[in-house]
Design a protein around this ligand. Structure first.
Ligand code: BGC
Length: 805
């Protein structure tokens, strides 16, 4: 199978929604699921289109609680296009399939050019045979445009072909069955105006409470003369084309669509802008050419090549979906990165800590996108400050789930589909999201050397988050240490102690250790500022000498719990019961959602040493062994040399991988200790969406963190790359299954650094034209490479000779 194609043979209604998510086309401004244009939302189909950052809030009561929900809005559908012969029935994919009249069906997504193709043959109820070929793009060149070209051949009849091309605003956010009790009607239906152009259609609408104006326009052309008529209903407009066709002679219909909103810049009025855009647009072939060129440019910057065709294809798919969600078109938008892409409605399009897994890949390839995502956070600092102040804290408390204005969007109740019960949801207690944001800012600075960003925005984010955590940490005289109580770590199976009424846990090790790390970085960031900027910032933030002293104190005396020689996930974790893993596996098979299973049995994961995902082990993912060691030592914790191996061995069998992020993190950590197992876990992480390992969740949107994270794993973990201390450290360790890995990177303003890693050697080339030489430290060698130069070193057993000697 090609490295660039996702190919489906046949039509499978039960798998169609997953296919739609995986065949989504987008450009960072908007995306449309790969749905069949003949179908509207029903059990098999869910044609959603989402505009980045376009949210709307509706209120309701569910499970006896107020449920205020901000959704990434499903905007009017531009796809609808169907056909029939001589007044027969409109083509219906499912009916044709059920009645044995779908003669062949295939679908192909080309990742290199971003083109979705469908090929089908069908017969209508009167026995007339049609052949159809359809290509679709969402333009990466012109972010407001999409286009679809449909070629129909009447194989064995002559007569009138009718084509209906519509825009459908009668859509709602109904893509996720679990949310069915929540209100979903975000669009106000308007009567479509006559655009005064026979080829054009325009549908405008406005979101119910955020009052964002949305306009979708289309232009439909036929290769043969067509008689046209127009039909409208509130929220819907269609054009019917009647075309005389001859047996065996093809007819091509081109539909070009434009999407604009009232929030777009450099636009006077979004409706007129959409109409003008479709009127002036080129034909499909011209649009395709420019679109494919834009993708070629992206692929050049995203390149990552390895000699393993299967893995390469999945990595290409992952890169493709990351860049369709956040592209260079986002650099000027005020948007975050939704955990499930612009590919579906799970998690309502909210932004979580998943940036942690997405930013590193972008930072080394598309720093402007990474910066835009950090700016989304910076603009929401005031909201985070208000949230901290509202609970009596200093600094900035970022929300676990974020959408338009940065308020906390986490639901307060959620449905367990297994028990049918609505349950209190405490996941907003995952305060560690703030640590992620600060961490991302610092890592961005390390990799880009962007001191201007750090001085203007980054330090402020870091300081305000550090301030919040330093304030949250409370001094406990009995142990002479600081403790952080009442929070949740990344593992969502533990939100409370089994014997306590109030939610939250004490001293989540991940939170405490990263807080110590952050307080160090906050002081480093301040020290890096030019003196006048430092004074300015301290004055503006009213950051006192006493607070700085507290940073210094807390970072040295935070409490980290241990039990059985390993870091405890939180204080008291060691006292929890062991779960009967074989018993549950035997009874249920798939126990990824152990929380739902236990709750339905009247039990709770809170009672057991059982995690949904990596929690303590996240420390080994975000910090280098050296960083972790430094922090623990400065905190006064002595530990044996094999703490990482011990702790990994302890938590791995106690994790159910209920999050797709989990196997990714485990694959990363295992890479340095158990290559074979790491490779198997990595392959599992790769199959997350492609094989829908969570049984049905991919249909509701892809898992962007795991997608970007697997690519980043190849880039940073296999190439052994880190960017600390102004040096590009390289220490490749290729899995046995990979013979060669090629990467092209950007680092600290250098456009082109090419790495070629083999099992036994590493070659680094600095492309000509880079402004400065760079310093590389593979193992403990220091090398200065001049622009245009290459440098090669042998590796022993996949490590540089210096390593381990
Ligand atoms: C995971 C979180 C993640 C969220 C969004 C949850 O299932 O537990 O860590 O942020 O999904 O991807």
């Amino acid at each position: 199978m090609s490295r660039w194609d996702l190919i489906y043979d046949g039509y499978e209604p039960a798998a169609e929604r997953q296919r739609e998510a995986l065949c989504t086309l987008g450009n960072g401004y908007f995306a449309t699921r790969g749905a069949a244009p003949e179908s509207s939302a029903d059990e098999a189909h869910y044609p959603g289109t989402y505009v980045s950052g376009c949210y709307d809030r509706l209120s309701a009561q569910v499970g006896g609680q107020d449920a205020d929900n901000a959704d990434l809005v499903n905007v009017p559908n531009w796809l609808p296009l169907t056909f029939r012969a001589d007044g027969g029935e409109w083509f219906d994919l499912d009916r044709a399939c059920a009645e044995g009249r779908l003669l062949s069906y295939g679908q192909e997504l080309n990742l290199r050019r971003g083109v979705l193709t469908r090929l089908l043959r069908c017969r209508d109820a009167a026995g007339r045979t049609f052949r159809l070929a359809q290509r679709r793009i969402v333009s990466m060149d012109e972010p407001h445009l999409a286009a679809m070209q449909t070629t129909i051949v009447p194989e064995d009849w002559t007569g009138v072909l009718e084509v209906r091309s519509a825009l459908d605003g009668r859509v709602a956010n109904t893509g996720v069955a679990r949310y069915r009790d929540l209100p979903a009607e975000h669009l106000v239906r308007e009567d479509p105006a006559d655009p005064g152009d026979p080829e054009a259609q325009l549908l405008t609408t406005i979101t119910a409470t955020s009052r964002i104006g949305i306009a979708v326009a289309a232009r439909t052309r036929s290769s043969e003369p067509a008689e046209r008529s127009r039909r409208t209903e509130p929220g819907w407009t269609a054009q019917d084309l009647r075309i005389e066709v001859r047996e065996g002679a093809e007819v091509t219909i081109e539909k070009v669509a434009a999407v604009y909103t009232s929030r777009d810049r450099a636009v006077e009025e979004h409706g007129r802008a959409a109409l003008a855009a479709v009127r002036r647009a080129e034909g499909f072939d011209g649009l395709l050419e420019r679109h494919a060129l834009a993708w070629a440019h992206l692929w050049r910057r995203a390149q990552l090549r390895l000699d393993h065709a299967d893995v390469q294809r999945v990595l290409n798919l992952h890169i493709f979906h990351v860049l369709q969600t956040v592209s260079p078109h986002c650099a000027e938008l005020d948007v975050g990165v939704p955990a499930r892409g612009l590919h579906g409605e799970a998690y309502r399009g909210h932004v979580f800590w998943d940036e942690l897994f997405i930013l590193p890949f972008l930072t080394m390839r598309f720093p402007e996108i990474a910066k835009a995502l950090l700016m989304y956070r910076w603009r929401r600092l005031p909201a985070a400050r208000r949230a901290a102040a509202a609970v009596g804290r200093r600094g900035a408390m970022y929300p676990w789930q974020s959408a338009a204005d940065g308020r906390e969007e986490t639901q307060r109740v959620h449905l367990n589909p297994r028990s049918g019960r609505w349950l209190r949801d405490h996941s907003h207690l995952q305060r560690h999201v703030g640590l992620t944001i600060a961490h991302n800012v610092w890592r961005f600075y390390e990799a880009t050397g962007d001191t201007e960003f750090l001085a203007e925005y980054g330090t402020e984010i870091i300081l305000e988050i550090a301030r919040y955590f330093a304030d949250l940490a409370a001094y406990d005289r009995s142990i002479d240490r600081y403790r952080i109580r009442g929070v949740m770590g990344p593992d969502e199976y533990h939100d409370a102690y089994p014997d306590r009424d109030e939610p939250g846990l004490d001293d989540n090790a991940y939170t405490n250790v990263l807080t110590a790390w952050l307080l160090h970085r906050a002081l480093d960031a301040l020290a890096l500022l030019p003196e006048d900027r430092r004074t300015e910032l301290r004055e503006r933030l009213a950051l006192t000498r006493e607070e700085i002293t507290r940073f210094e104190d807390v970072r040295r005396r935070l409490y980290v719990p241990f039990h059985d020689g390993v870091i405890s996930q939180f204080e008291g974790y060691g006292d929890l019961e062991e779960l009967d893993w074989p018993g549950y596996r035997g009874r249920y098979g798939d126990i990824r959602r152990l929380d739902r299973i236990l709750e339905a049995e009247g039990d709770s994961t809170n009672r057991y040493k059982a995690s949904k995902q990596a929690d303590v082990l996240m420390l080994f993912y975000v910090l280098t062994p050296q960083e972790l060691d430094d922090i623990l030592r400065r905190l006064g914790y002595e530990h044996g040399p094999d703490l990482i191996a011990r702790t990994t061995a302890y938590y791995l069998p106690r994790t159910s991988h209920g999050s797709t992020l989990s196997s990714l993190v485990h694959a990363w950590i295992l890479a340095s200790t158990d290559g074979d197992r790491a490779w198997r876990v990595f392959r599992e992480a790769l199959s997350g969406d492609l094989e829908d390992v969570q049984h049905g969740t991919t249909a509701e949107g892809v898992h962007l963190g795991a997608m970007a994270g697997t690519v980043d794993l190849v880039q940073r973990c296999y190439a052994g790359m880190n960017t600390q201390g102004g040096t590009l450290h390289l220490n490749p360790r290729l899995p046995a299954a990979i013979g060669e890995l090629r990467l092209g990177l950007r680092y600290r303003g250098h456009w082109g650094i090419d790495l070629v890693c083999h099992q036994d050697r590493l070659k680094v080339t600095l492309r000509p034209g880079a402004a400065l030489p760079i310093r590389i430290a593979p193992g403990d060698q220091d090398v200065l490479i001049q622009p245009g130069d290459s440098w090669e070193t042998p590796l022993r057993n996949g490590r540089t000779p210096a390593d381990g000697e």
